[in-house]
Design a protein around this ligand. Structure first.
Ligand SMILES: [Zn+2]
Length: 386
């Protein structure tokens, strides 16, 4: 049985989905720069999760958003002298091309923020009606004192939340008149740039309301798994819980919160803001997609991942050796041989892809003809390393 770590409960818990299909929402990209290994690692972890569930015959409905309007897109577009729409479209196409090369199981729905304004406004209306939000001069804010469980996901002190909130890209746009310093914007009136009409003035939605509104519209009020990088725990996901639970009155909004560890370069997190990135397309010049997948999946998804060129080269050799050991024949059904069972058990253990890959490597050499067919199934269809 699959067991997954839930950030909210801080424990590995047997996965018992509420629904069929299983509902999965992953926070996607803000397309203004090239896909780096940090993105790839996060999305590949969920890719393997979905493939693992689907290989076991379970249906999954996977939604991943595209934040195509955001302060970071606007800032980059101004810097480069291009339109924010063109920049977003171009970078989104590049992201999809990179992920396609990596064999990504594409989400069933990829909603875009700019096309979901009615759903966001409807949710803001519901929050105002329930008294969880207030309308002031600069926009509409969520009243965090109305969320009884606020802080349950991140378990941070109010002082720490304040500091982290102040460091966000859009903090400068926040109304200093809001009631509490950790109250966050649902809608901001802005004097210029792209704006949408609303009964609270022309403006732009806050980032967090995007994911609450889209997950409600595409997956319903309660979802099985919500994922993203662990830098999203606060404020993004904490605020999503507050909004969604207040708007729908249902709790918990999410059964399993899954967060991936950062990819680091020389002990610093790889990020657009630091500019210390290794791009997927650069890595793919040195290694085939299967080898890059093996490299990125060769560590537990919750742990930080330290990029190491020598290991990437070694992953190339390991992927070639695995292909050699498994042979060229057809992919068979999942068998009941020992090696197959061990690999599946590793994946069931909070998606331990590192152990799964190592068991696959060990089992491949001595497997029978039938077992090899089954292991090829795991290597190709589930882990994508063959
Ligand atoms: Zn999100």
């Amino acid at each position: 049985m699959l067991r997954l770590y839930d950030t909210r409960r801080r424990a590995v818990v047997p996965f018992r989905p509420r629904s069929s299909p299983i509902t999965l929402y992953v926070c996607g990209v803000t397309p203004y720069d090239t896909t780096h290994l940090g993105h790839a690692r996060t999305f590949l972890a969920f890719d393997v999760l979905v493939r693992h569930l689907e290989a076991a015959g379970r249906a999954v409905r996977y939604v991943q958003n595209v934040t195509d309007i955001d302060e970071s897109i606007l800032q980059r577009a101004t810097r480069d002298g291009v339109s924010w729409r063109d920049l977003g479209r171009r970078e989104e196409r590049a992201f999809l091309a990179d992920m396609r090369r990596l064999g990504w199981r594409r989400p069933d729905v990829m909603p875009h923020a700019t096309r979901e304004m009615p759903a966001m406004r409807a949710m803001i209306d519901a929050l105002l009606e329930k008294g969880c939000a207030y309308d002031i001069t600069g926009g509409v804010y969520f009243d965090t004192t109305r969320a009884r469980h606020f802080g349950e996901l991140s378990r941070l002190s109010a002082a720490r939340m304040r500091r982290m909130l102040a460091a966000q890209d859009d903090a400068a746009l926040d109304d200093p008149e809001r009631r509490h310093p950790v109250d966050f914007a649902l809608w901001r009136q802005v004097p210029s740039g792209p704006r949408w009409p609303s009964r609270y003035g022309r403006g732009r939605p806050g980032w967090h309301i995007e994911c609450s509104a889209m997950s409600l519209r595409h997956l319903g009020p309660r979802i099985d798994i919500h994922g993203g990088g662990n830098d999203l725990v606060y404020p993004h996901h904490e605020n999503e819980i507050a909004q969604s639970e207040c708007a729908t009155g249902l709790r918990p909004f999410v059964g399993w919160w899954m967060h991936t560890g950062p990819v680091r370069l020389e002990a610093e997190k790889m990020s657009k803001s630091l500019g210390n990135m290794v791009f997927v397309r650069t890595a793919l010049e040195r290694a085939k997609p299967q080898a890059l997948r093996l490299y990125l999946l060769d560590s537990h998804y919750r742990r930080p991942f330290d990029h190491d060129e020598a290991e990437l080269i070694r992953a190339r050799e390991r992927a070639a050796a695995l292909a050699e050991a498994l042979g060229r024949g057809p992919v068979g059904p999942l068998g009941r041989d020992g090696a197959t069972r061990e690999v599946l058990a590793a994946l069931d253990d909070d998606l331990d892809t590192r152990t799964a890959i190592r068991l696959l490597e060990r089992g491949a050499a001595k497997a029978s003809v039938d077992a090899k067919r089954s292991l090829r199934h795991l290597a190709r269809r589930v882990l994508g390393v063959l």
